[in-house]
Design a protein around this ligand. Sequence first.
Ligand SMILES: Nc1ncnc2c1ncn2[C@@H]1O[C@H](COP(=O)(O)OP(=O)(O)OP(=O)(O)O)[C@@H](O)[C@H]1O
Ligand SMILES: [Mg+2]
Length: 293
Amino acid sequence: MEKIFNEKYRPTEFQDVVGLDTELPKLVNQSMPHMLFVGQAGTGKTTTAKIIINKLNADTLILNASKDRGIDVIRDKIEPFASKRSEQIKIIFLDEFDATTPQFQTALRNFMETYSNSTRFIATCNYPNKIIDPLLSRFSIFNFNNYQEDDKIKRLKEVVEKENIKISDETLKLLMKKNKDDIRAMINFLNKNKDKEITDKDVVDNDIINKIVIMLKEDKWQQLRMELLNIHVDYEATIEQLESLCFNSKMSVEQKGKINLLAQKYQFEMNFSFNKELCFSAFLYELQKLLVI
Ligand SMILES: Nc1ncnc2c1ncn2[C@@H]1O[C@H](COP(=O)(O)OP(=O)(O)OP(=O)(O)O)[C@@H](O)[C@H]1O
Ligand SMILES: [Mg+2]
């Protein structure tokens, strides 16, 4: 079976990770501090962690915090791993760390120090504000956002050339604009459309953000909500992207300001909501009122 592009082009060397902080490889070779990778989806956090683990040939415990998120994980998995003998450096990799509970994070504080002579933590997260301050200060933090356009386009062009994909530089730029720093989404898009001549229309037509705005302007909140139930939506990221789209449009400053306040309010509430879809659709309802005037 053919490998999907995102696996085929997953970097295995630091130098191939777009926008990687140049200090990071040096630190890995020196003291290897606890590291926290912060950034939106698809920006290379997990990839970088895997490269480090490989380079150090580390004995590794991988935990995905969206499953392993409670305090019992410390007792049942982390503690036995950290206290066992090993010739190699031990790494505990906490993917999606922002999904852990505050109790888990509090318990981890002391723990990190107790075992720091043999064990290092690498954690990834989308939202660092969900991590308690005393824990944040124990990590070296690396940002995986705001890549240079040139670096991104270089990587995408590599894929385009190797796979013989037909897409112009302008359309590639549009793809980058639409997906900001989500390199996974860009590569996935190329994968899906690899056999056709890709035009601007293909990029924009798939744009869920534009679709939401168009439907809300047409007063179709109810229909939109039903349609969104059938597809995967990253609610927090979508709120941000909707705000950004409105901010860069020709709306009045007053309207932009109101949308900004609304986006902030719902991003905050999203953190405490047990039903994110409910919260997101309430956001869309209020947004519709601001768009239909
Ligand atoms: N900075 C990057 N440089 C090169 N390729 C990248 C980069 N970021 C993402 N990719 C591509 O996207 C794929 C997924 O990246 P990765 O799993 O590291 O994302 P992530 O930041 O961990 O995302 P999530 O927050 O969703 O877990 C990689 O296999 C690679 O093909
Ligand atoms: Mg990841």
